[in-house]
Design a protein around this ligand. Sequence first.
Ligand SMILES: [Zn+2]
Length: 198
Amino acid sequence: MPEVIMTGDFTVNPETGLINPARLCPSPNRDARPGVGALELIILHGISLPPGQFGGPEIEAFFLNELDWGAHPYFVEIRGMEVSAHLLIRRDGDLVQFVPFNERAWHAGQSHFRGRSRCNDFSIGIELEGEDETNYNDRQYNVLSAVLKALMVTYPQLTMRELAGHSDVAPGRKSDPGPAFDWLRLYDAVEESREKKD
Ligand SMILES: [Zn+2]
C-alpha cells in the first residue's frame, strides 16, 4: 500500500490566478495569454537539474534566469533558455508557483493538442521534480491530485480529459513526464479525493 499523506486542500483565486498554499517564486518568463485566454489544457512535465539529481535549487534558478551555466556540464545544453511553468511539485511535496494561471508560462514549446498548436497559449504547465525512468513518489501524487481538483473546481471547463503529458503534445521531441509516471494511479487519486468531498 502506498503511504497516505494528507495534503489538505488547495484553493485557487481566479482573480489573482494564484493557488494556496504554495511558495510564490515569480518568474520573469511569462506574458499575457493571447486572444480570450481561456484555459483549455493542463500539461504535466518532469524536470530535474542536473538530470537525475533531486533537491537542489537549480530548477528554481533556471525558471528565474539565475542558473549558473558553468556549474554543470549539462547546463551548457540549456544555456540561455528562458522557460517557466506555472507550478512545480518537488519530491518532498513542496508546491512552488512561478506564474499566475491567468498569464502564459513558457513550458510546452512547439506543441499540438486536438488540432491546435502553441499549447502555452491555452494551458497550465505543472512540473514534477523527477525524471522519465524514476518513480514519482506518494507526496507528489497526493499534491498533484489535490492541485488538479482545485484547478478543476475553479476552471470547470478543465476536466481529466483536458490533461496531457508533455510527451503527448510534443511527441518525438519530448518524453516527460516519462514512462515512470503512473497515469492510472493519478486518475484513482483524483477520483478518491472527489469521493471524499461528496
Ligand atoms: Zn516538459
